[in-house]
Design a protein around this ligand. Structure first.
Ligand code: PLP
Length: 391
């Protein structure tokens, strides 16, 4: 029998996800399987929802991990809140905003899309206009951290406009949860979903979600049944909170993993975890800039979990990524859609966001770019990063 992993030295995952998994989380995955209704597992479930409330910064009663990756959280948000004929205003400035747009008409709902140039956030004034144009939208949906471009979408103003219009605010926090503040209760966001594989140091497989009282009431008031049986939150809720009613078998070991990953954040504290992501992204950004490379996003909208670099003139994007993989065992991401071949996406997420990874990647990039004929000042990247770390 051949082990599934051919190269037994694990890759350093510095792409847009999945990200490095903490050894304690890997150990939790290999614990014996319990029955999904076992009293001991029920205790683990309760603690997991408690830890999720801490990480989401919320008191929301309905805060649970859905079985599925981040996209299951996305699907669940719109599928549970929208009914045929409802209107949804969706912000889009990248692949994940486009994915939200793709879901709306599948539910028989009407899409009002607000977009902006990839690499910039959506302008709140445009959102205000779109809400007015839509009349009474049921939902306004936005991607907080757009992983295809590295943009952080400010949420204050758009959430205010959504609530003034009586709409529910849906937020994709897949690449922001754990990496930067997700203001669930501070802004009274109504449906926030995330994924385990980005800033939570956990493998792909669960989609944590949290719902406000208003979002829960909207689901309770539905005239039609939720079109997805599997993602119907009114049934999932009965398993996770309350009577432990059997709906589907929970991915038991992924719940252990999430419990451990969230415990790690609790031990570090959420605020220190955000500060670490911010410090490391800044140091890496200063390093790449000192090497003569440019970043795609303006400083005020940069993500602390993902740094997006423009591929310099005359350099082949794929060749650099291939060299990083073959010579250094490091994965970084390329561009998607209209940014294909034009950017590199460097994820500094969760357990991957640390000083040693940054110094290694800067040194590796310098070596590779020099060999490809680019004029890179000797040691400039690592020196700039060290200066940033000692500040
Ligand atoms: C990764 C990602 C998703 C989808 O998550 P999967 O785990 O790939 O299903 C959704 N939204 C954003 C912003 C993401 O970065």
């Amino acid at each position: 029998m051949k082990a599934p992993l051919r190269n037994n030295s694990a890759r350093l995952l510095l792409g847009p996800g999945p990200s490095p998994v903490h050894p304690r989380v890997l150990a939790a995955l290999s614990e014996p399987v319990l029955g999904h209704l076992d009293p001991e597992f029920c205790d683990i479930m309760s603690e997991t929802t408690q830890l999720l409330r801490y990480v989401f910064a919320t008191e929301n009663a309905l805060t649970v991990p859905l079985s599925g990756t981040g996209s299951a959280g996305m699907d669940a948000s719109l599928t549970n809140l929208l009914e045929p004929g409802d209107k949804a205003v969706v912000l889009s400035c990248g692949v994940f905003g486009e994915r939200l747009c793709d879901i709306v008409p599948r539910l028989g709902a009407e899409l009002v899309k607000v977009d902006s140039k990839w690499g910039t956030p959506v302008d709140p004034a445009d959102v205000k206009r779109a809400i007015a144009q839509a009349g009474r939208p049921k939902v306004v949906a936005a991607v907080h951290a757009e992983t295809s471009t590295g943009v952080l979408q400010p949420l204050e103003e758009i959430t205010k406009y959504a609530h003034e219009a009586g709409a529910l605010m849906v937020v994709d926090a897949v690449t922001s949860l754990g990496g930067t503040e997700v203001p669930t209760d501070r802004l009274s966001l109504d449906f926030v979903y995330s994924g385990t594989q980005k800033c939570l140091s956990c493998p792909p497989g669960l989609a944590p979600v949290t719902l406000s009282e208003a979002a829960q009431q909207a689901i309770a008031r539905r005239k039609s049944a939720v079109s997805s049986w599997y993602l119907d939150l009114s049934m999932i809720q009965r398993y996770w909170t309350g009577e432990r009613f059997y709906h589907h078998t929970a991915p038991v070991n992924m719940v252990y993993a999430l419990h451990e990953a969230l415990s790690l954040i609790r031990e570090e504290t959420l605020e220190h975890c955000w500060a670490r992501h911010a410090r490391n992204a800044r140091a890496f950004s200063e390093g790449v800039t000192a090497m003569g490379l440019e970043l795609l996003v303006a400083p005020e909208y940069r993500l602390p979990s993902l740094v997006v670099i423009k591929v310099p003139q005359g350099i082949d994007d794929a060749q650099v990524r291939q060299k990083l993989l073959s010579d250094y065992n490091i994965e970084i991401g390329g561009g998607l859609g209209e940014l294909k071949g034009k950017i590199w996406r460097v994820g500094l997420m969760g357990h991957g966001s640390k000083q040693s990874n940054i110094v290694l990647l800067l040194a590796a990039l310098e070596h590779i770019l020099k060999n490809l004929g680019m004029d890179v000042p000797e040691g400039a990247g690592t020196s700039a990063a060290s200066r940033a770390f000692s500040n």
